[in-house]
Design a binder for this molecule. Structure first.
Ligand SMILES: Nc1nc2c(c(=O)[nH]1)N[C@@H](CN(C=O)c1ccc(C(=O)N[C@@H](CCC(=O)O)C(=O)O)cc1)CN2
Length: 294
């Protein structure tokens, strides 16, 4: 069996089109232009690429994009002052601080300073707590993307066995909550779980978000399982450009899985598209408008 490849690029493009249509509608009917402010501290090359892509895609969707680039040695107080300004700015409906931050800054304090209504990363404890309680919340973008990709294969995942390998605040933990909201049966595992291959073998849906190149092997998988690979690992290639691989051994998994996301071209593509969805949702909620269709 060769697994079906889940085309994250195409699914993200469709989502961006739906967001752009909804943005045009709220502009026309309500004179509302959703605005996203992205804060980048320092000059990590991968973060610079992601922030550029957020800027381009935000503008392409018809929204306002505000970029704030700060030096790596910015003080915590100056960064907090910028966030306070963005919290008050009526043109800004979404605020995202690109992660990781330099070690000199306290990530939790920075995230907690963002107005939860503008927290389009879904990382503020208000949003994380609401999501955990099964309430309406802004949810982190990558897990939202994982759910959309899963539903492109299984429109309902009710009762399916899912395993999430990884317990980060950005992906693993919120993904577990989103899966529970879809009535999946969820196991959360991590690098210290005992007998990971045995746990993975029981799952119909496998989410690999552990940050270890090709850790999940093909022979761990239940035949026909749907595999969503969240990993983005750069592997050095002697004399060449680093190679991008996921947390799943893709070639091995192809022969066992029913469907699988590639890296690149899978989950990563959904992250920015879902950020646009969250920004549109935040803008509508702040204006007191009904939740948009996208
Ligand atoms: N505040 C946040 N910081 C970070 C997040 C986040 O959701 N919020 N996620 C990641 C980085 N990220 C967006 O910020 C991101 C990662 C990957 C992609 C993507 O399109 N990946 C491509 C490959 C691109 C490459 O060559 O690196 C793919 O998988 O096809 C977009 C956004 C950490 N920080």
């Amino acid at each position: 069996m060769t697994a079906r490849i889940i085309d994250g690029k195409a699914i993200a493009a469709e989502l961006r089109t739906r967001v752009a249509d909804e943005v045009a509608r709220v502009k026309r009917d309500h004179e509302l232009t959703p605005g996203l402010a992205v804060v980048l501290v320092g000059n990590d090359p991968a973060s610079e690429v992601y922030v550029r892509s957020k800027h381009t895609q935000t503008q392409a969707a018809g929204m306002a994009s505000f970029e704030h680039k700060l030096p790596a040695d910015v003080s915590q107080d100056d960064l907090l002052a910028l966030i306070a300004r963005l919290n008050r700015d009526p043109l800004v409906h979404g605020i995202l601080v690109q992660l990781p931050l330099p070690k000199s800054l306290h990530t939790e304090t920075i995230i907690n300073a963002i107005d939860p209504a503008k927290d389009v990363d879904g990382l503020h404890p208000n949003n994380a707590g609401r999501l955990a309680g099964g309430l309406a919340a802004l949810s982190p973008c990558t897990p939202l993307g994982c759910i959309i990709l899963t539903k492109s294969v299984h429109p309902s995942i009710e009762g399916m066995n899912a395993i999430v390998v990884g317990r980060s605040n950005l992906v693993g933990r919120p993904l577990v909550q989103l899966l529970l909201n879809e009535n999946a049966t969820v196991t959360i595992a991590h690098s210290r779980s005992r007998d990971l291959p045995k746990l993975v073998a029981q799952a119909d849906l496998v989410y690999a978000a552990v940050g270890r190149p090709e850790m999940v092997r093909g022979d761990w998988l239940k035949p026909g399982a749907t595999v969503i690979d969240v990993g983005i690992n750069r592997i050095p290639v002697p004399g060449g450009k680093p190679k991008l691989v996921g947390d799943v051994a893709f070639q091995e998994a192809l022969n066992v899985a029913g469907a699988i996301t590639p890296v690149p071209g899978g989950v990563g593509q959904m992250t920015v598209a879902c950020l646009l969805v969250n920004t549109l949702r935040a803008a509508c909620a702040i204006q007191g408008l009904p939740a948009p269709a996208a």
